[in-house]
Design a protein around this ligand. Structure first.
Ligand SMILES: Cc1cc2nc3c(=O)[nH]c(=O)nc-3n(C[C@H](O)[C@H](O)[C@H](O)COP(=O)(O)O)c2cc1C
Length: 409
C-alpha cells in the first residue's frame, strides 16, 4: 500500500481477499503508514504489517527465492511516486523493495494506480505504467468518471487477483487447481464444478411498441450474485432482463425483455441437464396488458386511458414441479413491512414455490432499495432458520448468500 487517500479502502480490500481464502500480509510505504494506522491493518488481516525492512529481510521471506513465498504481490493503491520508482528499478522502502524482489523472482505483480486525474496525463507517469506492463506487471486502471479518476473497485481488483492466480503455471508444486482453490474459485472452490442459473434485472411489458410497464431494478444484485457464484468456482449463466449493471466477464448471458421471455429462457436452460442451482433474483413484473397495442397509443384524442392487465407467469412457482432436483433460491422484495410481517410473508412465498432458500428485503428501507449500491436481507432456509445479512455492499451480501447455498447444497 502506498500513500494515497485510497489506502482508506485497504482494510476492506484485504477482507474481500481473505473471504476468498487468501492470507493477506500488509506491506506499507512510510507515507501509507502515516495515512492509515498499522493497528487497523493488523486487526483486519491478522498479520503484522511490514512498515520497514529489518534483519528479518521481510522482502526475501515473503517474495524472494524461498519455499512458501507469496503467490502474488498486489500494490493497491499505487502512487505515481512508487510506480515511477518500480519502473526505474529503484527500491528504497518496503513496497518498492518487495516489488523489485517479486518481479525478479517471477511472482505475479498487480499494480492498482490511484491518483488525481491530471497525474495520469503526465507523460512520464504514462510511460512508467507502460514500462511496468512491458515487463509483465498487470495494471488495473482506474475509471474516469465526470473528469475524476476513480481507483478500480475492490471487485475489479479481486477479479484480477483471481485471474492471475488461476493462470499460474503448474510448477513449484502449485497446480492451477491449487491456485484457484486458494481464492475460492475454479474446480476447488466452494461451488467448484456446479452450474448456476441466475435471473437478473427487470422485465418489461409493452403497452404499445414504445411504452412499457416495468420497475426500478438495475440488475446490480443479480450481477453481484453471478460474480459471487463465479468466484466460488461455479459455471454461471445469467438470464438478464433490462438493467444498467454489467455482467461479470466469465458469465454466459441470455438477454430477454418480457416475463414470458424470461420464463421461456429459464425453462430452456433448465431443460438442458446439468444445472445445480437457480437463483431467481430478477424483478419480474407481475402484470401485463391483456392486449398490447400494435401501434403507438395516441394521446391527442383522449383524456383518459384504461388498460386491462392480467398476471404474468409466475416463473418461480413452476420450477420445482418441472425440475425437482435443482436447488432453488427465491427472492422477494417487499415495501415498508415490519420485520415479523416481512419474514412471515417470505416463509409463505418460499413454501408456495417450494424453494430451498429465500432471500427477502424491504426496498423501503434506507440503503436496501433497487437502485442503491448496498442491500440488507434476511435469508430463510428450508429448515426455517433465518439469518439477517446486515446492510453491506451488494457483492458482500451476494457472497453471503452464495456461501449459504454452498453450505446447504
Ligand atoms: C492525503 C494524501 C493523499 C494522497 N493521495 C495520493 C494519490 O492518490 N496518488 C498519488 O500518487 N499520490 C498521493 N499523495 C502524495 C503521495 O503521498 C506522495 O507522493 C508520497 O511521496 C508517496 O509515497 P509512497 O509512494 O512511498 O507511498 C497523497 C498525499 C496525501 C498527504
Amino acid at each position: 500500500m502506498c500513500g494515497s487517500v485510497a489506502v482508506a479502502r485497504a482494510p476492506e480490500l484485504a477482507r474481500v481477499l481473505m473471504r476468498h481464502g487468501a492470507t493477506v500480509v500488509p506491506v506499507l510505504s512510510a507515507e501509507a503508514a502515516r495515512l492509515i494506522g498499522e493497528p487497523l491493518l493488523h486487526w483486519a488481516t491478522g498479520q503484522r504489517p511490514v512498515t520497514e525492512l529489518t534483519g528479518e529481510i521481510e522482502h526475501v521471506a515473503q517474495v524472494g527465492n524461498v519455499p512458501g513465498h507469496a503467490d502474488l504481490l498486489l500494490i493497491a493503491p499505487a502512487t505515481a511516486n512508487t510506480i515511477g520508482k518500480i519502473a526505474a528499478g529503484i527500491d528504497d522502502g518496503p513496497v518498492t523493495t518487495f516489488a523489485t524482489t517479486a518481479i525478479g523472482e517471477g511472482i505475479p505483480v498487480i499494480v492498482v494506480p490511484a491518483m488525481h486525474e491530471p497525474m495520469y496525463r503526465h507523460p512520464i507517469v504514462g510511460r512508467n505504467l507502460e514500462t511496468l506492463r512491458g515487463i509483465g506487471v498487470e495494471v488495473v486502471m482506474p475509471r474516469i468518471e465526470e473528469g475524476k479518476a476513480k481507483i478500480a473497485s475492490n471487485e475489479e481488483i479481486l477479479s484480477a487477483v483471481v485471474r492471475l492466480l488461476a493462470e499460474l503455471p503448474a510448477d513449484g508444486g502449485e497446480t492451477e487447481r491449487d491456485a484457484a482453490a486458494t481464492v475460492g474459485t475454479g474446480p476447488g472452490g466452494r461451488l467448484g464444478g456446479r452450474r448456476v442459473l441466475v435471473t437478473a434485472g427487470r422485465t418489461v411489458e409493452y403497452l404499445d411498441p414504445i411504452r412499457v410497464i416495468t420497475n426500478n431494478s438495475t440488475g446490480k444484485m443479480g450481477m453481484a450474485l453471478a460474480t459471487a457464484a463465479l468466484e466460488a468456482g461455479a459455471e454461471v449463466t445469467v438470464i438478464y432482463g433490462k438493467g444498467s449493471a454489467t455482467a461479470p466477464p466469465r458469465a454466459r448471458v441470455v438477454r430477454v425483455e418480457t416475463a414470458e421471455q424470461m420464463h421461456a429462457a429459464v425453462r430452456e436452460q433448465l431443460a438442458a441437464p446439468g444445472y445445480d442451482v437457480v437463483i431467481a433474483a430478477a424483478a419480474v413484473g407481475d402484470w401485463r396488458p391483456v392486449a398490447g397495442a400494435k401501434e403507438k397509443i395516441s394521446t391527442h384524442d383522449r383524456d383518459r386511458l384504461v388498460i386491462e392487465l392480467e398476471p404474468t407467469p409466475k416463473i418461480i412457482d413452476g420450477i420445482r414441479r418441472e425440475f425437482p432436483d435443482v436447488f432453488l433460491v427465491a427472492f422477494r422484495a417487499q415495501h415498508d413491512l415490519s420485520r415479523d410481517d416481512l419474514l412471515a410473508d417470505a416463509r409463505r412465498r418460499a413454501k408456495k414455490a417450494d424453494a430451498d432458500l429465500i432471500a427477502v428485503n424491504d426496498v423501503g428501507r434506507e440503503g436496501a432499495g433497487f437502485e442503491s449500491e448496498t442491500n440488507e436481507m434476511f435469508l430463510i432456509g428450508r429448515d426455517g432458520r433465518e439469518e439477517h445479512i446486515p446492510l453491506a455492499s451488494k457483492l458482500a451480501v451476494a457472497e453471503r448468500i452464495v456461501a449459504a447455498i454452498a453450505e446447504q447444497l
